[in-house]
Design a binder for this molecule. Structure first.
Ligand code: MRU
Length: 343
């Protein structure tokens, strides 16, 4: 199964997603600061994959340490460096919290044992994510009608997770049971995760799809060509408001207008229990060059003012269901989320 990241012999190996689809290049990373840069530069991206990478990053950070006297101070520095990479992805902070918990429980057991426990936990986070995606896929496929065209945005596939994908997990599961006709893939400006990554993944699996520009989605819905919109999530608030790749919110508005079901697919690790609603979700602003250039080719005049929020928030009221590994959540979400987390 395609996974964007592995850990062997003390090093992380990851597919450099900035080079896809032209080249499949594997980077070998041994330093946690290099891993933090790879996350910032989106060589690995997608909330669950960022969480898994950060967990392995903690292993790299502690692996190099030989002096137990500076353990606490060093661990804090590693966590801060990794936490400072992508502010919207909830799974990043969730994974760092899990690693911190294992650190606390094992910090006095000796450095070598601690290193082993941290690596075990990172591997567990990775394996659990793949398992969660399979379950999301099978729950979600039940909601997809026969002969369906699914529209998706960005890349919530194997590349964005431990493997299999969330939104693309549902696409894969619907394809496996023979319900899927095709996928409409939004190109997803500015970073083109749809055109570059989702198209690459679907092509590898032989799943039929058509690539469209973001501005075409409404027209296809108006013509009755879309049976469901399925997207991933970067962070879900307690009331169901969901941050995902910029351009997701307008799709939800269009889907509502055209009475097309709008599904969010995400593991429960994407739910932020500390956040009441979407207005509290931190939205990452990225470099203006992502808007003024396409893959290093300038398309706007020099010196223009640019806005570049990487995510938007879809209000819970526009979401038909949130498909998690545990169950399919339906409105009212505050209650459904409370039950899925603590029920
Ligand atoms: O900026 P990115 O490429 O990291 O954004 C990715 C998304 O918005 C995904 O939809 C989300 O992280 C879910 S991935 C399973």
């Amino acid at each position: 199964m395609l996974t964007p990241i592995t850990f062997h012999d003390g090093a992380i190996e990851l597919i450099d997603q900035t080079r896809l689809p032209q080249e499949v290049v594997t980077l070998t990373i041994r330093d946690y600061r290099e891993l933090a840069d790879a996350i910032r530069e989106m060589r690995i991206r997608g909330a669950p994959a960022i969480g898994i990478a950060a967990a392995y990053g903690v292993v790299l950070g502690i692996q190099a340490l030989t002096d137990g006297a500076v353990l606490d101070e060093h661990f804090k520095k590693v966590i801060e460096e990794l936490a400072g990479t992508r502010p919207t992805a909830r799974n990043l902070f969730w994974a760092l919290e899990r690693m911190t918990q294992v650190f606390r429980e094992n910090r006095d057991t000796g450095l070598e044992f601690l290193k082993e426990r941290l690596l075990d936990e990172a591997k567990r986070i990775h394996e659990e994510d793949i398992e969660a995606n399979k379950r999301i896929g099978s729950h979600g496929a039940k909601l997809i009608p026969d002969g369906a065209t699914i529209l998706t945005h960005c890349n919530a596939g194997a590349l964005a997770t431990g493997g299999y994908g969330t939104a693309l997990g549902i696409v894969r599961a619907a394809w496996e049971v023979g319900k899927l006709k095709k996928v409409l893939v939004d190109e997803t400006r500015p970073r083109l995760q749809g055109a570059r990554l989702t198209a690459w993944e679907l092509k590898q699996d032989g799943i039929p799809f058509e690539l469209i520009t973001d501005s075409m989605a409404g027209s296809f819905m108006a013509c009755g060509e879309v049976d469901a919109v399925v997207v991933g999530a970067d962070r879900i608030a307690r009331n169901g408001d969901t941050a995902n790749k910029i351009g997701t919110y307008p799709l939800a508005v269009l889907a509502h207008h055209h009475q097309v079901p709008f599904y969010v697919a995400a593991p429960t690790s994407t739910v932020d229990p500390t956040i009441k609603n979407g207005s509290q979700i931190p939205i990452e602003e990225r470099d203006p060059s992502e808007v003024t250039q396409i893959r290093n080719v300038r398309i706007a005049p020099e010196g223009v003012n640019v806005r570049n929020p990487a995510f938007d928030v879809t209000p819970a009221g526009l979401i038909t269901a949130i498909i998690t590994e545990r169950s399919v959540l339906e409105p009212p979400y505050t209650e459904a989320i409370e039950n899925v987390l603590h029920g």
